[in-house]
Design a protein. Sequence first.
Length: 402
Amino acid sequence: MKMMKGSFMLLFAIICLIAMGPRMALLASANEDLEQRVERLEEKLAVNEQEAGSGQDNGGLQRISIGGVAAGGYQYQSVDDATGYDDAGRGAFAFQPEISVALSEKDEFFAKFGFAGGNALNAGESPFTWAPWAADLEADVKNINGRERDYLLTAWYKHTFDFGEDNALGLTGGLVDATDYLDENAYANDEYTQFMNQALVNGPNGFLPSYDLGGALEWDMGDFALRGVVMGIGDNDEGRSYTFYGAQLGYTFNTDLGEGNYRVIVDRTSRDFSNPAGDKQEAKNCVLLSFDQELGDILGAWIRFGWQDDSAAITCKNLYSGGGYISGKLWGREQDNIGIGYAYFDGANQDLDSGHVFEAYVRFLLNEYFALTADVQYMKDNMKIGDDPKGFISGLRLVAEF
């Protein structure tokens, strides 16, 4: 209870700081000659930017963009009915630099690397089914998918075919991440800027793989968008390689309230997963719905439902999640926001019977690069046999995007 009170006091304090933060305006003046010089300089910069936009600089070099994210997080858990687990805090740091090379207007090469220290409350430090922070931490960036490859997450080449206005097809091949193309959501899809819990970042029963050989298709046709992914995964939890297939059909719907995105995702694997009895191999199959809708300039709402076939041995059969979004425009800081999410999931043919995840966060921008998030999670797992762990996890996350 002390942890619960402390977590909510932390959130309340952060919200108050946002609402009461002073705003400063800088005034400047210049003489007429200086204004003319500035105008000439701006004209030169505009010409340079136009040349850079073509994919080349004045020397004929290819356009290169370097960016990425660096994130540090600390989480403290206060748990009950969890034998072998104590109230404890853990931290982690993740650094993911990326490089993009525009070979032409229609050709791109992209690579992303992942480096991390610590696992926070992931990797067996927490008694709950889903990871409290869905980031790629220390245990995730080594021996990726059993390939004996460390730190290199994605490396792909993409070519885009332009068929006219609002009609383009992109084909990608290399080391890809299925979550870059499937199960998108405007309010619940990024573990660095939105929710932290695995159950709210993506549909965990959708078994979307990351960082392995494959190809992706992106076909945008006006308000409709088609996505497809095929990947060969080096190793599942049973030590077998398998193939993943995923497809998504999306529709963007504009209303007086704002933009809405409605997606249907279908996932399937090859028959390389054991059935519950362990005497036969089965495929995994899942259908997901992922919707997000603006509700004016300040509010937004989202849902994600998923149903998985239980022919193979699986942890979660059905998932029902949703939540809300509040823009910082409400208190005069447009770049800040609050997120609230809840997930209920049914167990399948393993130890889990059912479970709940609730998470609320408030994120505010410190400057052009840094943002700080205060986060509170409540989780409860109902098991078929043994303990039914429950408790609060509170945390802070500092993220730099560059």
